[in-house]
Design a protein around this ligand. Structure first.
Ligand SMILES: *Cc1c(COP(=O)(O)O)cnc(C)c1O
Length: 243
């Protein structure tokens, strides 16, 4: 007979620790904890790990790959989770995403938005959409240039079946907090410009395991955290997104 309490599963402990770290960062930023949504990025992680993270109090999950993501959405349909698509999206895969996800954070061209709009099932609430911005031009990275954001935002906001919520970025990785903050502040400034232009946007999807504290200081409403919750991914070389 077991007399010792069992150790909690590691994912559960890390999920709790991350939730509390995000709350702490919110407090240091002088912001209500409820103004920040923690999206657990579960790419390459198995379904039981997602169940453990949910048991620890996480409700939002992010996936990067269409097939893998949809399989998990279906395997976890018994839980009231909110699914965020955060990967590069090919034009020919929009229908599955429009059908199975609540959010898409990575819209960077009008054609993608038009297809998601046309393919969002009418019996579902509007698909929540962020535009992905490439703040610093980096070869091979996704996202539209800051100068192109206002025009695409206005066009996307007018499409039925979608609700434009705001902006998303993955700035160049750096351990320097001051530099992290410069990038995140630039995204916040872009969002404020859209608001001044009359668009009802409210979302800054920014901050990952290595820089979420800086993102929260600069106004992040959604942080996307994988490694800190689930540990290193099984396939780290593919972690940055599809080629
Ligand atoms: C993988 C990924 C994350 C999570 O990255 P971690 O460093 O593991 O926290 C966040 N956002 C996007 C878009 C990703 O692809």
């Amino acid at each position: 007979m077991l007399t010792r309490p069992q150790n909690p599963p590691p994912v559960r402990a890390e999920a709790l620790a991350t939730l509390s770290a995000v709350r702490g960062a919110a407090q240091r930023a002088g912001r209500p904890a409820a103004s920040i949504t923690l999206i657990a990025v579960s790419k390459f992680q198995p379904v039981p790990a997602i169940r453990e993270a949910h048991a620890a109090g996480l409700w939002h999950f992010g996936e990067n790959y269409v097939q893998e993501g949809v399989a998990k959405v279906q395997a976890l349909a018994d839980l009231p989770l909110t699914w965020h698509f955060i990967g590069a999206l090919q034009t020919n895969k929009t229908r599955v995403v429009a059908t199975h996800f609540a959010w898409v954070h990575t819209v960077d061209r009008l054609q993608l938005a038009e297809r998601l709009s046309a393919q969002r099932p009418v019996d579902l609430p509007p698909l929540q959409v962020c535009l992905q911005v490439m703040l610093v031009a980096e070869p091979g990275k996704a996202g539209l240039a800051p100068a192109d954001v206002p025009a695409l935002a206005a066009a996307v906001a007018a499409l039925p079946g979608l609700q434009l919520r705001g902006l998303m970025c993955i700035p160049p990785a750096t351990a320097d907090v001051a530099t992290q903050r410069v990038h995140f502040r630039a995204l916040a400034t872009l969002l404020a410009e859209l608001q001044s232009a009359g668009l009802p946007v409210d979302t800054l999807s920014m901050g990952m395991s290595g820089d979420y504290e800086a993102a929260i200081l600069e106004g992040a409403t959604h942080v996307r955290i994988g490694t800190a919750i689930f540990g290193a991914r099984p396939h780290p070389t593919e972690a940055a997104g599809p080629a």
